[in-house]
Design a binder for this molecule. Structure first.
Ligand code: ADP
Ligand code: MG
Length: 481
């Protein structure tokens, strides 16, 4: 093996150390969850983050003082024992109030940080590449490290993800079948790629049929670098090449990491040639992953490429319903609809919001209501208030009443066009922060008094005519989601 350690510097070193802690932490979390149960875990422990280790003490973070005190009181000793079992040098656990860095494996920290108060996603547990993956015992070991929450049963299927789901199921049933190797899953953040990969892994391991190795591309790189440093690249390669199914998550991470890419390419070829299954995920399709070597991109696109689309309202509702039911907390349909309308970015955020509601309900023993929801989630909701533009409003309204877009600024005064135009003005006032004169200008340089008149007129009509009011409401909701 040749090779400089591309990108290997102090940051990488620190990341590597953090990655190691994360692996231990993931195991501890899985343990804790098994011990205390899903609901209790989600309520009290899920938001914990891992901090630094100093001498014999590790710091863990919790987002509020209350949670910190509670966790210290209820779980302090257990946490200490679990850490000590993982890393014997650790003898004490320090709990602090702070939103610690996310402890999860694949770039979820960024998501958590952009919405600081959203619960930090529970760490994703990784399967290590195991030395002798072909023995039955090892296979059963491999089952443990996959996140037990991410199964096909807990994956809610809808239009945007049904194809990817079907492909994943197919690979889990019959790995390495022609046409499905490699399976390349792609889609935006938080839409279920990692979930599906873990589901494939869990399914295969459950059946005890094959050995599975799942890791993020980042971890692949880290292991590779570590192998170079310890001069054990041969072992590294052999380990990788001895598995039946290799899954690499978030492949886009390898862009610009030429040596690691090269290594992955060889591993890939060796496995596929030996009739083993590869599953890869990325945020873009193979052809759009510029920065990956051409030959790798070509090979990645040779099997089955399945994309996961952005969620629809229906899918968001189904997911929320499934998760609410699983939690055992009664969440009214009204609240679920509200969330599905408001939080449209991705499933991870949707889930985070619901989890927070559930935690609150459990914490204070109060029923979940719409008011409570708005209160508990005000920060997430604010961040998700999408900025609608006047142009968008004009377009949607014109489409709805089947008039030309240019009529939004034309001088025509017949009701057929004037009414939709008034609605568009009304919605612009409601949904944007534009001033009345600004709105007037966008509608063919009309005066702000025209806008005032339009707003008033639409409100009157909405009172008089329920069908009209429903139309306007529908438009508003469409524009908001
Ligand atoms: P990605 O890897 O695409 O960024 P993840 O697989 O990590 O996304 O999904 C983010 C979160 O959303 C996970 O907790 C996952 O379980 C959940 N999730 C995503 N899609 C679905 C779905 N269709 N049904 C149930 N949960 C889902
Ligand atoms: Mg992922």
């Amino acid at each position: 093996m040749t090779g400089g350690l591309e990108g290997y510097d102090e940051v990488a070193e620190a990341n590597a150390q953090k990655s190691i802690l994360d692996i231990h932490w993931s195991r501890i979390c899985a343990r804790l969850k098994a011990e205390v149960g899903e609901v209790e875990y989600n309520t009290w422990l899920r938001q914990m983050g891992v901090g630094p280790v100093e001498e014999d003490e590790i710091t863990l973070y919790l987002p509020t003082r209350f949670l910190r005190d509670w966790v210290r009181w209820q779980y302090g000793d257990r946490l200490g024992a679990l850490w000590h079992a993982e890393i014997p040098a650790i003898r004490r656990v320090e709990l602090q109030v702070a939103r610690g860095p996310s402890s999860s494996a694949e770039g979820e920290a960024a998501t958590a940080e952009s919405h600081p108060a959203a619960p930090v996603a529970a760490p994703v547990v990784e399967a290590a590449v195991v030395e002798e993956p072909r023995t039955a015992e090892v296979r059963s070991d491999l089952a443990a490290p996959l996140d037990p929450r991410f199964t096909f049963e807990t994956f809610v299927v809808g239009k945007p993800n049904e194809f990817a789901y079907a492909c994943a199921r197919r690979v889990a049933e019959r790995p390495s079948s022609p046409g499905f190797n490699p399976l390349f899953l792609y889609g935006g953040v938080g839409l279920g790629k990692t979930h599906l990969m873990h589901a494939i892994g869990s399914e295969l391991v459950r059946e005890g049929r094959v050995s599975v190795a799942y890791m993020s591309a980042e971890k692949f790189m880290y292991r590779f670098i570590a192998a170079i440093r310890s001069q054990s690249t041969m072992e590294f390669k052999e380990q990788l090449r001895s598995v039946d199914v290799l899954m690499i998550d978030d492949l886009q991470f390898l862009i610009g990491k030429d040596n690691t890419q090269e290594e992955f390419f060889h591993t890939f070829n060796a496995l596929v040639d030996a009739g083993r299954q590869i599953v890869v995920s990325a945020d873009k399709s193979p052809s759009d992953l510029s920065g990956l070597e051409d030959r790798l991109r070509t090979r990645l696109g040779c099997g089955m490429v399945a994309d996961i689309h952005a969620t629809t309202f229906e899918l968001r509702i189904s997911i929320l319903e499934a998760k609410a039911t699983a939690s055992g907390v009664d969440v009214p349909a009204k609240v679920l609809e509200f969330l599905a309308h408001k939080i449209t970015s991705n499933v991870r955020e949707l889930e985070g919001a619901l989890n927070r509601l559930i935690a609150h309900a459990n914490l204070f023993g109060r029923p979940v209501t719409l008011e409570a929801t708005q209160d508990v989630l005000h920060d997430i909701l604010k961040a998700n208030n999408r900025r609608v533009t006047i142009e968008e409003i004009q377009r949607k309204v014109a489409e709805h009443w089947n008039i030309r877009l240019t009529d939004m600024s034309s001088a025509r005064r017949s009701t057929v066009v004037a009414r939709p135009r008034q609605v568009a003005m009304y919605l612009s006032k409601q949904l944007t922060s534009r001033s009345l004169p600004e709105i007037g200008r966008k509608f063919g340089n009309r005066d702000h008094t025209t806008v005032i008149y339009a707003v008033r007129r639409v409100m009157e009509l909405m009172e008089q005519d329920p069908a009209f009011a429903e139309d306007v409401e529908l438009l508003r909701r469409m524009l908001e989601s």
